[in-house]
Design a binder for this molecule. Structure first.
Ligand code: C2O
Length: 347
């Protein structure tokens, strides 16, 4: 038992979902950097508002694409470089680090690290983008795929530098998402697919997710090799399902979005995860509110003290614990309120 953290001196080859060796370690080892403890942004910082991707305007899209272009142009060893950012996901997903004091690999999926790790990852990614364009109000968009208007790939991910050619050509707009996709086409009409998605959301957010372990995922403790292998409802689908649905059918592991090691190279990854992150707070609201909905996890030091390392917007290496990310308001961002049509879609 105990909290988990990576041993930064151990970055090594790891395995893709298909057990092919992949290497995603930084060119400059993180173990040589100075580490500082995470601090919350100043309470006077303006709150960033993440909006649904299908509602943002041209001015926003221009800003976002400019920020990503700047990220792509940074030197490959810069922690803010776009591919280096994407490789952070590869490192923590495929087990490129051993756990501290253990030969077990650190992996953040299929367990109670899924929501916190991705929250912190996109928190810094967003602040880095803002810094690159000198706009501290910059907020990521969220892909609102749980609402009928959001159930297609948002247009600006198609015709800008946010495009990724490695996507399933049969699933581009106006194809309606199948948020429970499992490699087989549903064959449903667009209307029937929307209804099926809404009913599925009700199950993943409400009827199938009444306990913390069912929604957040299973406890993964120090020394256990990666996952306890109990992903929460939302992690399994729509999360995994949409990774697979977007990824290219012409690539061996449905790269980019469809494979852990390459997923964060597709810019839509960040909007997908913003929606996942938003649904975490929606689930909390539906199940007693923040500080309640997490049940016994909220008193479990193995979860709360587990920590990971990220570069902040000033390129400093920061130690962030799970407990640091549980109160979104302290992180100075929030989500624009949207309707939840699936709440009325009890199957
Ligand atoms: Cu770390 Cu959406 O996967």
């Amino acid at each position: 038992r105990g909290a988990q953290s990576p041993n930064l001196t151990t970055c090594h080859l790891s395995l893709s979902d298909a057990d092919r060796p992949v290497y995603c370690c930084p060119l400059k080892p993180e173990s040589e950097e100075t580490i500082i403890d995470f601090e919350f942004p100043s309470p006077s910082e303006s709150i960033k508002i993440r909006r649904p991707a299908h509602l943002v305007d041209e001015a926003y899209i221009a800003k976002y694409t400019e920020a990503v272009d700047r990220m792509r142009r940074l030197p490959p060893d810069h922690p803010h470089n776009f591919i280096r950012q994407a490789n952070m996901h590869c490192i923590y997903c495929t087990g490129a680090y051993n756990q501290a004091n253990s030969s077990a690999l650190l992996k953040i999926h299929r367990s109670w690290f899924f929501f916190p790790w991705h929250r912190i990852f996109i928190y810094f990614h967003e602040r880095i983008l803002g810094k690159l364009i000198g706009d501290e109000t910059f907020a990521l968009p969220f892909w609102n795929w749980d609402s009928p208007e959001g159930m297609v790939i948002p247009g600006f991910y198609m015709n800008s530098s946010l495009n990724d050619v490695d996507r399933d050509l049969g699933h581009l707009p106006p194809e309606v998402t199948d948020i429970n996709f499992d490699y087989v086409e549903s064959g449903l009409s667009p209307e029937a697919q929307v209804s099926s998605n809404l009913a599925f959301m009700y199950n993943q957010m409400v009827s199938g997710a009444r306990k913390p372990e069912l929604f957040i995922g299973c406890p993964s403790r120090a020394g256990e090799d990666g996952a306890c292998d109990g992903p929460g409802t939302i992690e399994l689908a729509p999360h995994n399902a949409l990774h697979t649905w977007v990824g290219s059918a012409g690539q061996p592991e449905r790269e980019d979005l469809g494979a852990f090691y390459s997923a964060a190279r597709d810019p839509i990854f960040y909007a997908h995860h913003a929606n996942i992150d938003r649904l975490w707070t929606v689930w909390e609201d539906l199940h007693g509110g923040r500080g309640v909905a997490g049940g016994e996890f909220l008193n479990d030091p193995d979860w709360l003290d587990s920590h990971f390392y990220f570069h902040d917007e000033n390129a400093r290496l920061v130690r962030v614990r799970v407990r640091d990310c549980l109160d979104m308001s302290k992180l100075r961002y929030r989500y624009e309120e949207v309707k939840h049509p699936w709440l009325n879609a009890k199957p």
